[in-house]
Design a protein around this ligand. Structure first.
Ligand code: MF3
Ligand code: CO
Ligand code: CO
Length: 282
């Protein structure tokens, strides 16, 4: 009920996170550009790390609880936390989720985090996979938009559930993975509050200007039940159904929102959703 206090950021701290976020955006853009049939997930990871370091960022997943790479790459029935490997060569129609992040140095001589994910298809897509990706993207945006002017973080789960129930794929609702949730972010990668993608009895943490949250729905074409492979990281669906994942780092500032992992703050996307764009330079 009374979880640990969220970290409230200053304008300057959020601006540092936006710098990290712009690098993370460039990393994911490069990953999507290089990903293709015949390319290994290790090659994609190497591109992400090079882009990150050249831009002056530091990968924040590498070494996190022992994770061995710059990005997580999860293919098809892998939901999240896939480990890049030279042996995992992408094939026609694969559904590829890339999750990446980095830090930059900022106020207080601390490092400030960003975290973002996207899903795309290489080669010739299956129509159901295109819908899986579209609905997951839409659920992330509706979840983000729900934060504007809301008092509790539970609005995200309500919005994600609404999209899932309004957009069945192949006559059935997508599964919502419950074991992995969004989170606060700032001077650490993961911090309170939890940002759930489903409705619970309590309405979640109170929202305040100065919070930064990762909104990251994980949806599946079949059942959401999952297990972690023997590598200790890769989370797969039990029924073999494919999954998609989108994530942005979002700042709450003076009644508006700013997408810290988009270079322009998400101006167009937020305008389309009727959400005021927060200005961190004003
Ligand atoms: N980026 C993931 C998230 O969205 C966490 C990755 S943990 C790591 O919260 F160890 F793989 F980096
Ligand atoms: Co992430
Ligand atoms: Co995250």
């Amino acid at each position: 009920m009374f979880g640990p206090k969220p970290e409230i950021k200053t304008r300057a701290q959020l601006a540092a996170m936006a710098e990290a976020g712009a690098i993370t955006y460039a990393m994911l853009e490069a990953c999507e550009r290089v990903a293709d049939v015949g390319v290994s997930t290790a090659e994609i990871d190497a591109v992400a790390e090079a882009v990150c370091r050249e831009a002056g960022g530091r990968p924040n997943f590498k070494g996190y609880q022992g994770f061995p790479a710059t990005v997580c790459i999860s293919v098809n029935d892998e939901i999240v936390h896939g480990i890049p490997s030279p042996d995992r060569v992408l094939a026609d129609g694969d559904v590829v989720s890339v999750d990446g992040g980095c830090t930059v140095s900022g106020p207080g001589n601390r490092r400030w985090h960003s975290d973002s994910a996207r899903t795309f298809i290489v080669g010739e897509p299956r129509p159901v996979d295109v819908e899986l990706v579209e609905v997951t993207l839409e659920s992330m945006w509706r979840g983000i938009a729900a934060l504007a002017g809301a008092s509790r973080v539970g609005v995200v789960g309500r919005a994600v559930e609404a999209v899932v129930s309004q957009r069945p794929v192949d006559g059935r609702e997508l599964g919502i993975v419950e074991e992995f949730v969004g989170h606060g972010i700032g001077s650490t990668l993961h911090q309170p509050p939890d940002v759930r993608n489903f409705v619970t009895r309590d309405r979640g943490a109170r929202l305040r200007s100065g919070m930064a949250l990762c909104v990251e729905p994980l949806l599946t074409l079949g059942e959401p039940d999952n297990d972690t492979l023997d590598d200790g990281w890769t989370v797969c669906t039990l029924d073999g159904s494919r999954a998609a994942h989108f994530e942005h780092t979002v700042a709450l500032w003076e009644g508006g929102l700013r997408i810290l992992t988009l270079p322009d703050g998400g101006a167009a996307e937020l305008a389309a959703l009727g959400v005021p764009l927060a200005d961190l330079n004003a």
